[in-house]
Design a protein around this ligand. Structure first.
Ligand code: NAG
Ligand code: NAG
Ligand code: NAG
Ligand code: NAG
Ligand code: NAG
Ligand code: NAG
Ligand code: NAG
Ligand code: NAG
Ligand code: NAG
Ligand code: NAG
Ligand code: NAG
Length: 843
């Protein structure tokens, strides 16, 4: 919303207080001779955010600006500097539009309130006495009062010659040739100004609210290789607005530009297409994405002396209700009014705030996956959703409901009837944003929503043995009472001494939590939700009492394993690193052997890199981050653990991703544990074909460099978006390494960058550089491969890739094997029987 006051009369603008002329040059800050127009700065300039700063103006809307640069006089102009609003205990370094005249460079305090169109540090606001410095080396650095760096352009090695705030409101660091080194236009926040372009991959993200400037990651409006999108949520995001008829290929650059009169699309500078009409600007204008998903245009009105909203760009197309935030979660929008779902046979939802229905509805009894037998779906006729991706085609409502019932992640299903038919398509939702009444006249199809709700489970059976399960019975508000059964998960404390194993266990301090089989059975709903299966057992989803999700690995066919199992568990459980999947607990009871791991919401990496029709194709930055995460995890296992751990089975199936796509290595330690002192050790061959280093064939002696090799294969798979063996291709290209070698020799590595991702194509040169890292890891001679710590340095940009790389990755004549150390073998075998080899075998 515009902070301008609508009732401000014309005359008040004449009553404005004109600030006295202030001296405008300082010894710290050599400013141009012109006092009102100081748009540039040279190196070694520092500005302090203090009340005594020159150009400090307070406004009656609560904002204060301390301009650092200002371009132009008379009328609305761009300035950049410190900005605060309200309590003013924190400040942004921002670009804002202010009113200027010939007497006071910024007119204040009750007129032409500053409009922020860009900010550097919205997630890290700074305090009074913070400084902005254009250093002698050309870095623009914002430091908080205590000296911590809140933001910087990181341009100290880019030969910056000065700083320029342009006529268009772009803050530019330029070099000696006046070429742009860095510009604020490349880092948009929630606003666009006329003349600003959105390039592929750039997007606007709103503030959390008008008073909280933090970035609200739930919504975005951006330009991708296939068009303009309004998106909500993550993993994968859902589209609420799209303009997507274009396909920008890797070499055709495209952008959307905010022009006077339109938001227009340019592809390859040939196809100019007006996408969204904007009222022609009579004065200063800007466009801003709000936290409600609306894209609004504001314009300075000289007549009223305020900023006015002149357009709400997407609403004409979407209507009021088709915004994902129109009414808040689970709430139904109808003609702009919000209400909670109601059914005749029970009350499942209540308003979060009865005075503000647009905040949405909450479930009276939250859905719990561990009580899925008490789930049901309520039917809401003529209810529709802002987006629809058909998960099931040519189906009927009953199958649609069942599909949702079967999947715990499914929170609701939308069924759309084909006209004159009882068949239709079904969309399964994993989160429920605002719902909307279906307007048949607009959509021409009938739509029904099925919302999953949690029913009240019956009272617990009194015959249950061993009541270590605390049962809390409560009742809910209102006429209906709801019995909530909370199943507590407690650590088995009983000191049963029936075999040697149990005694051993109790003597080990610092062990991961031990669970009883009964409790793991309950948390996984009797092992009903399978996440995956490996060669040595299956993995199931479970939910602990506090709602924490877990993954339970049921090891099969291990027989009576005693101390060795517990020793393994102890070691693995003691390894904590952000890029390693954590072992939370275990179960060893009679024949049952289970491991309890942290739950990783996005599953294993293979799901995300091979799927050609997956909704969310990982972008370059995400892939790069995943590669670095894996490298850090492996580096920790190889070099930082008390005992060196060689994974022996690195592959995408063993890399798991959490809800934010942070990658973690799993199943480590199930392989051999190698004493730090031993650099080389004997093992029998294991691992997965395709990821095995050539020395496996030459000798049974291996080192941690086999993991580096497998990691090299994984990098290639991530960058190329295909499997190491792809049987759908012709024989020559089936093995990825063959193709890689050939393309490297032809110097056409760009050809094999993942074609399903425009963003990857856009970052082609970066992807090719990453392939060089892979090539280094894949050297046939194990000694020529980098260590994982070196890989981490290269990925972080502190080191370069070795130059003379050999692309004959699997040439045995070039491969070298470590010298066998026969004695170690027997030592090793003696201390770690059966288990490790079983656990780390191919899956
Ligand atoms: C304001 O300008 C004057 C005159 O150039 C200078 O002496 C003073 O240090 C400046 N104040 C600040 C806070 O930069
Ligand atoms: C800012 O610095 C000035 C002098 O350097 C000091 O007097 C003042 O207390 C400081 N203000 C805050 C809020 O730290
Ligand atoms: C600063 O930007 C303006 C455009 O607003 C341009 O005319 C001028 O040449 C730029 N100055 C430098 C030093 O780059
Ligand atoms: C850079 O721009 C400034 C101001 O616009 C101008 O005076 C100067 O000659 C330009 N320098 C070069 C190398 O183009
Ligand atoms: C976002 O925060 C800025 C301050 O940086 C504020 O001026 C602006 O009004 C906020 N935007 C919205 C949509 O509230
Ligand atoms: C702003 O919003 C963020 C994200 O929701 C929250 O973490 C933060 O506490 C909020 N800040 C204030 C001052 O309310
Ligand atoms: C596209 O727009 C640019 C910039 O406005 C203009 O120079 C060019 O002539 C236009 N091309 C066509 C084909 O309209
Ligand atoms: C935008 O276009 C309109 C009509 O073509 C014109 O009157 C107005 O001056 C233009 N505004 C700007 C800021 O260029
Ligand atoms: C929608 O449903 C109504 C009754 O439920 C039916 O009469 C009508 O034909 C349906 N319309 C379409 C387009 O399927
Ligand atoms: C639906 O059925 C009605 C009456 O049977 C018919 O008039 C109409 O054309 C049909 N609509 C479609 C899209 O098939
Ligand atoms: C609405 O749902 C989203 C996605 O599940 C969630 O992140 C958000 O916190 C919810 N909002 C409220 C107010 O509960």
């Amino acid at each position: 919303m515009s902070p301008g006051k609508k009732n401000l009369s014309l005359s008040s603008s004449f009553l404005q207080l004109l600030l006295p002329f202030l001296l405008t040059s300082s010894f710290l800050c050599p400013i141009d001779a012109q006092p009102f127009d100081y748009p540039t700065a040279s190196l070694s300039t520092t500005w302090k955010n203090s009340a005594t700063a020159n150009h400090s103006v307070e406004f009656t809307d609560g904002s204060t600006v301390r301009a650092v640069l200002l371009r132009g006089t008379f009328g609305p102009k761009y300035a950049c500097g410190f900005y605060c609003n309200g309590a003013c205990d924190t400040y942004l370094f921002a670009i804002f539009i202010v009113q200027t005249n010939s007497v006071s460079y910024i007119v204040g305090p009750n007129y032409g309130f500053p409009q922020v169109v860009w900010s550097a540090n919205r997630d890290f606001p700074v305090k009074v006495n913070s400084t902005l410095e254009l250093t002698s080396s050309g870095d623009l650095v914002l430091k908080d009062a205590d000296g911590t760096v809140a933001w910087s352009t990181d341009t100290s090695d880019k030969s910056v010659a000065g700083l320029n705030l342009t006529e268009a409101g772009n803050l530019v660091l330029f070099d000696e040739n006046n070429a742009t080194v860095w510009q604020s236009f490349d880092h948009p926040t929630d606003s666009l100004v006329p003349g600003q372009r959105l390039l592929i991959g750039q997007k606007l993200t709103p503030n959390v609210s008008s008073t909280n400037w933090t970035e609200f990651g739930m919504l975005s409006f951006g330009f991708t290789a296939s068009g303009l999108y309004g998106l909500v949520g993550t993993n994968p995001p859902e589209v609420y607005y799209q303009f997507d008829y274009i396909q920008v290929t890797s070499h055709d650059m495209g952008y959307a530009e905010y022009m006077n009169g339109s938001l227009a699309l340019f592809v390859n500078s040939e196809l100019n297409k007006t996408m969204i009409e904007i009222p022609s600007a009579m004065s200063a204008q800007y466009m801003r994405l709000g936290s409600d998903g609306h894209l609004r245009v504001y314009e300075w009105s000289q007549n009223s002396g305020t900023w006015e909203q002149v357009a709400d760009l997407l609403t004409g197309y979407l209507g009021d209700c088709a915004y994902p935030t129109a009414c808040g979660n689970y709430s139904i929008c109808s003609n702009g009014q919000c209400s909670c779902p109601v059914t005749s046979n029970g009350m499942y939802f209540q308003q979060i705030n009865s005075r503000r229905p647009n905040l949405g509805c909450s479930e009276i009894t939250p859905l719990s996956c561990s009580d899925s037998q008490y789930h049901s779906l309520i039917e809401l006729q003529d209810v529709n959703y802002f987006t629809f991706n058909s998960d099931l085609e040519s189906t009927d409502p009953e199958s649609c409901k069942q599909a949702c019932e079967k999947n715990c992640w499914c929170k609701a299903a939308i069924f759309r009837y084909r006209s004159n038919s009882s068949a239709g398509s079904c969309y399964l939702l994993s989160k429920v944003f605002s719902l909307m009444n279906n307007d048949l006249e607009k959509t021409h199809f009938n739509s029904t929503a099925y919302i999953k709700v949690q029913n009240v489970p019956p009272a617990p059976s009194p015959t249950r043995k061993k009541s270590q399960l605390p049962v809390i019975i409560g009742s809910s508000l209102g006429a209906l009472f709801v019995v909530v059964l909370l199943v507590g998960v407690v650590i088995w404390k009983t000191r049963r001494v029936d075999d040697e194993e149990e005694i051993y266990l109790d003597q080990v301090p610092g062990m991961p939590t031990r669970f009883s089989y009964e409790i793991l059975q309950a948390t996984t709903e009797n092992f009903s939700k399978k996440l995956g299966a490996g060669g040595f057992g299956s993995v199931f989803e479970g939910t602990l009492i506090d709602g924490t999700k877990i993954a339970v690995k049921q090891l099969e066919g291990l027989g009576q394993i005693k101390k060795s199992f517990l020793a393994e568990v102890e070691t693995i459980g003691s390894i904590h690193h952000v890029n390693l999947v954590r072992l939370l607990g275990f179960c060893a009871e009679k024949m049952h052997r289970l491991l309890v791991y942290e739950f990783m919401a996005n599953g294993s990496l293979d799901r995300w890199i091979y799927q050609k029709n997956s909704e969310l194709v990982l972008e370059w930055q995400q892939r790069k981050k995943i590669i670095l995460d894996i490298a850090k995890g492996l580096n920790y296992l190889h070099e930082d653990c008390r005992q060196k751990i060689i994974h022996l089975d690195i592959k995408p199936q063993n890399i798991l991703l959490d809800e934010n796509f942070n990658a973690k290595v799993s199943d480590f330690g199930l392989s051999k544990l190698i004493d730090r002192d031993q650099s080389q050790v004997m093992t029998t061959m294991r691992g997965t074909p395709g990821y095995l280093a050539p020395e496996w064939l030459l000798s049974s002696a291996i080192t941690e460099k086999v993991d580096v090799y497998s990691f090299g294969v994984v990098i290639l798979e991530i960058v190329c978006g295909r499997k190491v063996f792809d049987s759908s291709l012709n024989e020559e290209d089936m093995p990825l390494l063959n193709l890689f070698k050939r393309k490297a020799e032809e110097e056409r590595l760009l050809d094999i960058v993942d074609k399903c991702s425009e963003d990857m194509q856009f970052h082609g040169p970066d992807a090719v550089n990453m392939m060089r890292v892979a090539a280094w890891c894949l050297q046939a001679d194990f000694a020529k491969r980098p260590s994982m710590s070196t890989v981490v340095k290269v990925l972080e940009g502190v080191m370069d890739v070795k130059v003379d790389l050999d692309y004959n990755f699997f040439n045995l004549s070039r491969a070298k094997a470590p010298v066998e150390v026969g004695q170690r073998e027997s030592e090793f075998r003696a201390t770690t029987p059966l288990l490790p080899s079983v656990l780390s075998g191919p899956r």
